[in-house]
Design a protein around this ligand. Structure first.
Ligand SMILES: Cc1cc2nc3c(=O)[nH]c(=O)nc-3n(C[C@H](O)[C@H](O)[C@H](O)COP(=O)(O)OP(=O)(O)OC[C@H]3O[C@@H](n4cnc5c(N)ncnc54)[C@H](O)[C@@H]3O)c2cc1C
Length: 445
């Protein structure tokens, strides 16, 4: 690779990215600035055009991008956000064009924050096209990663690949850097163990969240001015929903619930009934008049996982985990793609200083990206009595704190803005600790 960064003609070496999801594709762009060759290896066959695929079943469910995520993607792929909007994606003012209800309180409407609403298959299709057009990058489909190759246990020298279900098709691919972007089931930690290293500490929070989603064609104006509705779960009603515009007239309705008893149903009528409990009368009417364009897809998310690679004393050269393989956040908070893009940007920044000690430097930077989203999502989850392992006193305290904050956010635009900046990773969470904000929360305790 280029010793002093991306720009010059002296790029050398080969990087292999395992997994062509959001994390893998963003990272491939970063690596193409430094390596002579980058190969992206994906187990699935690539669909022609935007389509849900087996390796990314979450693609059937709502996938919005926060402003921070859109900015990070645009930094990695200049002009990308404009391309998404030209292709039908829509920007919605977070607090004034979306109806956001957190902990039972509707956040005050102020012109603040933006959300980029696109479907996951569309976003990924456009990313793949961008990456596929890069001169140094080769996309390989229908090939899976099997194990790392290492001659001395000190550095990874490549990866063994094969066609799924065809062990006889095994091949060895030499690489200077192997990137595990295989999603939440990423193998980086297990591979460390197989190479004789201590695997990272794994933090897991069992949340047992189930999703059910369907796409509809909604005629313009059918839902009034609103571009979406986002209703979060509460301890008393551990169910939520997101109804958002995606490309053009296509909307998606995603329902979710904590635990088996609140799992959204797959039957057509029951699906709508589940949504009815939370939607306004107008939204209910609009939804019943809308035309479904897909069936109902189900998805189960068992636990949030954070792998603390940054705490390891010994790491082999040439192996890095990124995206959900590093930290998988409860999807109801909609931060996973933003975090994956920010990690890819962190990798890009680390590459400017060359390859020496790259995994350790990257994991330290990535830990700073992951810290707050992990803290927020696990704290919010621990306020739900349905999440096992949390003591009732903690559940009670967190529940009261979130409840009071959201009641204050319903009444006070400064609190609403601070809440939104914190949950969307758009601003410093320190805004929530400003004396005026704290005083307002105290009044609503
Ligand atoms: C229901 C749901 C809703 C969500 N909503 C949002 C949202 O609104 N906003 C948001 O920002 N995030 C959301 N997320 C999170 C987001 O989907 C993930 O954080 C993001 O996809 C992580 O990207 P990734 O590249 O790490 O993993 P993935 O996108 O999961 O990609 C992993 C890739 O690796 C491939 N792969 C796996 N094993 C192998 C192998 N052995 N060899 C080769 N390839 C392999 C897979 O086929 C896949 O293509 C949601 C998640 C879920 C589950």
């Amino acid at each position: 690779m280029s010793p002093a960064g991306g720009g010059g003609p002296q790029r050398t070496g080969h990087a292999v990215v395992l997994g062509a999801g959001i994390g893998g594709l963003c990272a491939a762009r970063a690596l193409a600035g430094c390596f002579e060759r980058v190969t992206v290896v994906e187990r699935d066959a690539f669909p022609t055009g935007p389509a849900v695929r087996r390796g990314v079943p979450q693609g059937a469910h709502v996938h919005s991008l926060t402003a921070a995520g859109a900015e990070a993607l645009d930094g990695i792929f200049p002009g990308f956000v404009t391309e998404l909007v030209d292709g039908g994606g829509t920007f919605a003012g977070a607090l004034d064009e979306l109806e956001i209800v957190f902990f039972g309180s509707r956040l005050r409407q102020v012109p603040l924050g933006q959300v980029l609403q696109v479907s996951r298959p569309f976003l990924e299709d456009r990313l793949r096209e961008r990456v596929g057009a890069l001169r140094r990058v080769t996309l390989r489909e229908g090939v899976e990663a099997v194990e790392p190759l290492s001659a001395d246990g000190v550095r990874v020298r490549g990866v063994r690949l094969s066609r799924p279900g065809r062990p006889d098709s095994s091949e060895e691919v030499e690489a200077d850097l192997v990137l595990d972007a295989m999603g939440r089931a990423g193998r980086g930690a297990a591979w460390l163990r197989s190479l004789g290293y201590r695997p990272p500490r794994e933090q897991r929070l069992r949340v047992d969240v189930a999703y059910a989603s369907r796409r509809y064609l909604v005629p313009p104006g059918a839902l009034g001015e609103a571009k979406g509705v986002l209703i979060g779960a509460t301890p008393a009603r551990p169910r939520g929903l997101v109804l958002t515009q995606q490309e053009g007239e296509a909307w998606v309705l995603s329902l979710y619930g904590f635990g088996k008893a609140d799992q959204p149903p797959g039957g057509e009528q029951e699906f709508l009934d589940f949504a009815d409990e939370m939607l306004s009368a107008d939204a209910r009417t609009a939804l019943r008049a809308a035309e479904p364009i897909t069936g109902i897809s189900a998805f189960r998310y068992p636990d949030s996982i954070r792998r603390d690679f940054h705490r390891l004393r010994r790491l082999p050269d040439g192996l890095i985990s990124i995206g959900d393989a590093l930290c998988s956040l409860n999807p109801i908070y909609g931060a996973g793609m933003t975090v994956a893009a920010l990690e890819a940007r962190a990798l890009q920044e680390c590459l400017v200083d060359g390859a020496a000690d790259l995994p350790r430097r990257f994991y330290r930077k990535a830990a700073r990206v992951v810290r707050l989203p992990w803290l927020f999502s696990t704290m919010a989850d621990r306020s739900m009595p349905q999440v096992p392992g949390t003591r009732p006193v903690v559940v009670g305290l967190l529940g009261k704190a979130f409840g009071a904050t959201m009641r204050a956010a319903a009444a006070d635009s400064e609190v609403a803005g601070s809440v939104w900046n914190a949950v969307s990773l758009s601003g410093s969470p320190a805004g929530l600790a400003r004396p005026r904000v704290l005083a307002s929360v105290a009044r609503h305790w």
